[in-house]
Write a protein that binds this ligand. Structure first.
Ligand code: NAP
Length: 287
């Protein structure tokens, strides 16, 4: 029997409407819309597309968005100055510096300059540490979106075997932590993992977050598993695919996310949600 499709696009749309209602309520309570500022350094084509989607999603949800464009040759100091100014601006609830940055700018330094309460990407070490120790914090949008999808689909995580393939700071590692906190037994794999198939075949919940088309074949999936594909890869043909061999894996899995239309839309929905969370917590502190 083919797997059930986990439709991130329609779930994200529902969540965006909920954010819209919260934003309207925030506006009527505080006399201003929640605000997100996105900083784009240079003109990386993929970043341009992501930023455009983020800004458009904000506008649709009633979040006041502002895009600051800086030249690719701008100095770290100029970028830090902008961040310092935004940290103090009471109308800015969320600050997002679009990655990757040009090579001459150290990403770590920039991320650490963002006030943790405005770090809607959830990448600041204070937020990462809070996630690690199970304290409330702003969480990275993509793994948070995966968790919301799993919850929405009533996926049992307590006591389940969860395998995350890909261990980046922005997806794999925080997701492993969130799954662990939800009661799963987690295996986190990277490029050095030996016998990957042996690990993935144990998974009740299998997440692929690598960036390699076709990495997860049907033979690597336990029959009845829930499969989440975070990967986004553009084939030479122009087709957008994930890391999972979707057609074949869909014949063994219980449920699977498509690419596109799976995790991607959830990431943006979570960014909006994080911005509202930041705005509401900021407002509650100042009243
Ligand atoms: P990344 O920083 O390049 O990290 C890739 C991870 O995969 C690393 O941990 C790497 O291991 C591991 N890896 C590489 N080859 C592997 C292999 N053969 N077997 C097992 N692990 C392997 O990538 P990322 O930023 O996390 O992104 C991963 C994918 O998700 C990309 O396709 C990206 O476009 C996509 N993505 C999608 C969204 C969304 O909204 N849907 C958001 C973010 C990212 P090492 O640590 O050993 O190098």
């Amino acid at each position: 029997m083919p797997a059930q499709l986990i439709d991130g696009k329609s779930l994200a749309e529902t969540l965006r409407q909920q954010v819209g209602s919260r934003a309207a309520r925030f506006l009527s309570l505080h006399g201003r819309a929640p605000g997100l500022t996105v900083i784009l350094v240079g003109s990386n084509p993929a970043s341009e597309v992501y930023v455009r989607h983020k800004v458009a999603a904000c506008e649709k949800a009633g979040i006041a968005s502002q895009l600051i464009r800086l030249d690719a040759t701008c100095s770290s100091e100029a970028l830090l100055e902008q961040i310092g100014r935004l940290n103090k601006d009471r109308t800015v609830d969320g600050i997002l510096v679009q990655l990757p940055l040009p090579k001459h700018i150290a990403e770590k330094t920039i991320i650490q300059a963002i006030a943790p309460g405005k770090d809607v990407d959830g990448f600041h070490p204070v937020n990462a540490g809070a996630l690690f120790t199970g304290q409330p914090c702003l969480k990275p949008c993509t793994p948070l979106g995966v968790m919301v999808m799993l919850e929405h689909h009533n996926t049992a995580l307590r006591g389940a075997e969860a395998v995350v393939v890909g261990a980046s700071n922005i997806v794999g590692k925080p997701l492993a932590m969130m799954l662990l906190q939800a009661g799963a037994t987690v295996t986190l794999c990277n490029s050095k993992t030996q016998n990957l198939e042996e690990k993935t075949r144990r998974a009740d919940v299998l997440v692929a977050a690598v960036g390699r088309p076709g990495l997860i074949s049907a033979e690597m999936v336990k029959p009845g598993a829930v499969v989440i594909d975070v990967g986004i890869n553009r084939l030479e043909s122009g087709q957008l695919v994930g890391d999972v061999d979707f057609d074949r894996v869909a014949r063994v899995a219980k449920a699977i996310t498509p690419v596109p239309g799976g995790v991607g839309p959830m990431t943006i929905a979570m960014l909006l949600q994080n911005t509202l969370d930041a705005a509401e917590s900021f407002a509650s502190l100042s009243t």
